[in-house]
Design a protein around this ligand. Structure first.
Ligand code: PLP
Length: 394
């Protein structure tokens, strides 16, 4: 029996999304860009899916661009803005690597966060102001909606006010890849110019992303070729994946209010259970500061890598975000930016809940994690019982 507590890494596909894909894999396989009837049917399926995705996002269908993954959407937003407008790209230090490394690649500016992992608005204002004073334009500011490691939520309306005031020409992008299950995206989209999603985080297939270009195209395309997606993203459409994405997003949107309540209770049961069973389990963020499915803790006296190894042996899927660089354990860049002490961060464990999570998962999760931590603590000081697998992040 597998206990899957890793929805933030990838959520199991929804059955309805799988069913929706099958006809487009088996029978309606034509290229949607073709001119014959079968191609036109496939094109209609893509366009209907675009309408359905736009309805959940609260944007115009023409502003929805289908991409190959969340990473591509993030890259397209940042590289596309820098290429089109020149100037500096800016993001907070806790962004997913799909944003952070692109901003750094373009020589951009990285700003700090508060103890809850939200962008520091004062520092953002100061850094944007300093760039303006130095005569430098800002092409794009990218601030994630929900953090993938600790589940913190940025106030994008407040971010927008700062950006409009101190860098009025900059585009505002949000990586909303971790947001679809928890936030009403209609309340997010109006605050930003660009928004990235990834279907496999909300019960759709891997290999489909969305980039919303709110108010029309203002960035350069990343992929150039056949001119699909109105010249914004060339490459043959993944018809089956796009159809399934729309189905999964609609279901996620419809279930969200009840799932937020259900999963917050299960998350609390999971963390309370661990804290009752073990000393030294620190919840990284207060529950009011994070999304319902996020159960991130730091556990004293253990290293994440060893814990994940034991959990894996017991078929419990969870995650951490530590890197083993040059033989020395490095805690996650997110926890470091939040100011979590190095020692504490080495014992990080991310358990993330989602649409398939049950009470049984939570009860088994508590039992297995508690037993594994106890075993590791009992062995502390003697020869290591196991070794971890390196970087675990998503
Ligand atoms: N952004 C965030 C916040 C993520 O959690 C992920 C997932 O790993 C990505 C971007 C990348 O998405 P994808 O796996 O679709 O490339």
């Amino acid at each position: 029996m597998v206990t899957y507590l890793d929805h933030a890494a990838s959520a199991p596909m929804r059955d309805e999304a799988i069913e929706a894909m099958l006809p487009y894999l088996r029978d309606q396989y034509a290229n949607p860009s073709g001119s014959h009837r079968f191609a036109r049917q496939a094109r209609q399926a893509v366009d209907e899916s675009r309408d359905r995705v736009a309805a959940v996002l609260g944007c115009r269908p023409n502003d929805v661009v289908f991409t190959g993954c969340g990473t591509e959407s993030d890259n397209m937003a940042i590289t596309g803005a820098v290429q089109r407008h020149g100037g500096v790209a800016v993001c907070p230090a806790v962004e997913h690597h799909a944003v952070l490394e692109v901003v750094e690649h373009h020589g951009g500016t990285v700003v700090g966060v508060d103890a809850a992992g939200r962008v520091d608005l004062d520092e953002l204002a100061t850094r944007l102001g300093a760039l303006a004073d130095a005569g430098r334009t800002v092409s794009i500011v990218s601030v994630m909606a929900v953090n993938n490691e600790v589940g913190s939520v940025n106030d994008l309306a407040a971010v927008r006010r700062v950006v409009r005031r101190h860098a009025p020409d900059a585009l505002l992008h949000t990586d909303a890849v971790q947001a679809a299950s928890w936030l009403d995206l209609r309340q997010v989209t109006p605050h930003v110019d660009l928004l990235s999603l990834s279907a496999h985080k909300f019960g759709g297939p891997k290999g489909v992303g969305v980039l919303v270009e709110n108010g029309g195209p203002r960035i350069d395309p990343l992929l150039i070729g056949g001119g699909q997606e109105r010249e914004r993203r060339s490459g043959t459409h993944n018809t089956a994946g796009i159809v399934a994405t729309a189905v999964a997003l609609e279901l996620t949107d419809a279930d969200r209010p009840t799932e937020n309540d259900r999963l917050a209770l299960l998350r609390d049961q999971l963390v309370d259970g661990l804290q009752a069973a073990l000393d030294g389990v620190h919840e990284t963020l207060a529950r009011s500061e994070k999304v319902a499915g996020s159960a991130h803790v730091c556990i004293d006296g253990i290293e994440s890598e060893s814990l994940l190894f034991l959990l894996d042996e017991a078929d419990v899927c969870a995650s951490a975000a530590s890197a083993c660089a040059s033989g020395a354990m490095e805690p996650s860049h997110v926890l470091a930016a939040m100011g979590v002490p190095h020692e504490r961060a080495l014992g990080a464990l991310r358990m993330s809940l989602g649409h398939t999570t049950t009470v049984d998962d939570v009860e088994r999760g508590v039992d297995v994690v508690a037993a594994a931590v106890t075993r590791l603590r009992d062995h502390a000081g003697s020869a290591p019982v196991l070794s971890g697998s390196g970087r675990v992040s998503s």
